[in-house]
Design a protein around this ligand. Structure first.
Ligand code: AG3
Length: 287
C-alpha cells in the first residue's frame, strides 16, 4: 500500500509527496498539526494541511528570511520574530553574535513542543539564552511596542486561520511603530502564481506599501510550496536592500550557508515582469 500526503495548490492542482509514516497528528485550539516521514523530503510538518517545512528544503526559506535583512542592517541587536515555532528562523538568527536579544512570539505552544521532538535540527537554538519565547498572538504583542526592534521577521502561515491578523494594515502599522529608526521588516509574502496566493500577495504588498516608505519584494525557489515560486517582503523606513547591502561585511562574518550568498542577494530582487505588474497594478487584467 502506498501512502501519500496531498496538498491542494489550487482548486484544480494537487501536489503529493509519498510518505512512509504518519508520525504525529493533533488538533489544537488554533490548527491541525501533522508530521509525516517522507521518502524524498525527510520529515514534513503540515499545519491545517499546508506544508510548512520539510527537512530537505527548509534551508532555502530560513536562509532567505534571515540572511537577506542581516546583510543589509549590520547593527541588529534586538529582534522580534512572529510565528516560526519550528525554530528554523531562530537557528539562523542565533548565528550572529551581534544579536543580543530575540523575542519569539508563537501563538501555538504545541508547534514548539512537536518540533522539538521531531525536528531537533531546527529547534537547536530555541534554548539559546538570548531567546525569549512568548506564547501569544503576534498582532496583540506588537501593539504595545514602540521603537524597540531593529528587525522584525514575520514567519507566518498563510492569511487565513491563525495567520490572518499578520497580513493586516493595522499589524504593519504596529510593526512600523515597534521598529527603531532604521529598522527592517521582513515577511513571508506568499506566491505570485496561483490566483488565491497571488491575491493574498497583492493585498499584503499593498498594505505594507501604505505604511512603509521603502518596500521591495524578493524571491526564492521553494520546491514544496505552491508552484515552487515564493516571495518575501522587505520593508523599511529608508534602508535599501540593494544600496545598503554590505557584501564585504557579510562575507567576512564567515557564516556558512547552503543557499544564501551575496551574489544571490543582488539577484533575488530582480522579479519577472508579471510579478512586477501585479505588485504595481494589482491583479487587474492578469486573470
Ligand atoms: N511559514 C509558512 C510559509 C507559508 C507556507 N504556505 C503554504 N505552504 N501554503 C513556514 C514556517 C517556517 N519557519
Amino acid at each position: 500500500m502506498e501512502l501519500w500526503f496531498t496538498e491542494n495548490h489550487s482548486d484544480s492542482v494537487r501536489f503529493s509527496i509519498r510518505v512512509d509514516e504518519h508520525l504525529y497528528t493533533a488538533e489544537t485550539d488554533y490548527q491541525r498539526i501533522d508530521v509525516f516521514q517522507s521518502l524524498e523530503f525527510g520529515k514534513l510538518l503540515a499545519l491545517d494541511g499546508y506544508v510548512m517545512i520539510t527537512e530537505k528544503d527548509e534551508f532555502i526559506y530560513h536562509d532567505m528570511i534571515v540572511h537577506v535583512p542581516m546583510a543589509v542592517k549590520k547593527d541588529v541587536k534586538n529582534v522580534l520574530v512572529i510565528g516560526a515555532g519550528d525554530g528554523g528562523t531562530i537557528r539562523e538568527l542565533c548565528r550572529y553574535n551581534t544579536i543580543e536579544h530575540i523575542d519569539l512570539v508563537e501563538i501555538d505552544e504545541k508547534v514548539v513542543e512537536v518540533c522539538k521532538e521531531y525536528f531537533p535540527s531546527m529547534t537547536v537554538s530555541l534554548d539559546d539564552k538570548r531567546v525569549d519565547i512568548h506564547y501569544a498572538d503576534g498582532l496583540r504583542f506588537v501593539r504595545r511596542k514602540i521603537n524597540e526592534y531593529d528587525l522584525i521577521i514575520v514567519d507566518s502561515t498563510d492569511p487565513f486561520g491563525p495567520g490572518e491578523g499578520l497580513f493586516t494594515k493595522e499589524f504593519y502599522g504596529n510593526c512600523y511603530n515597534a521598529l527603531t529608526e532604521n529598522g527592517v521588516l521582513v515577511n513571508q509574502h506568499e506566491s505570485p502564481f496561483y490566483i488565491n496566493d497571488a491575491k493574498a500577495m497583492c493585498a499584503a504588498h499593498e498594505r505594507i506599501s501604505s505604511v512603509f516608505p521603502l518596500h521591495r519584494v524578493y524571491q526564492a525557489h521553494i520546491p514544496t510550496y505552491a508552484s515552487g515560486h515564493w516571495l518575501f517582503g522587505f520593508a523599511s523606513k529608508g534602508l535599501d536592500p540593494l544600496k545598503d547591502l554590505d557584501e564585504d561585511y557579510w562575507n567576512n562574518l564567515g557564516i556558512r550557508t547552503k543557499y544564501y550568498n551575496t551574489e544571490l542577494h543582488k539577484g533575488c530582487f530582480a522579479l519577472p515582469n508579471y510579478v512586477i505588474d501585479m505588485i504595481k497594478n494589482g491583479l487587474e487584467g492578469e486573470y
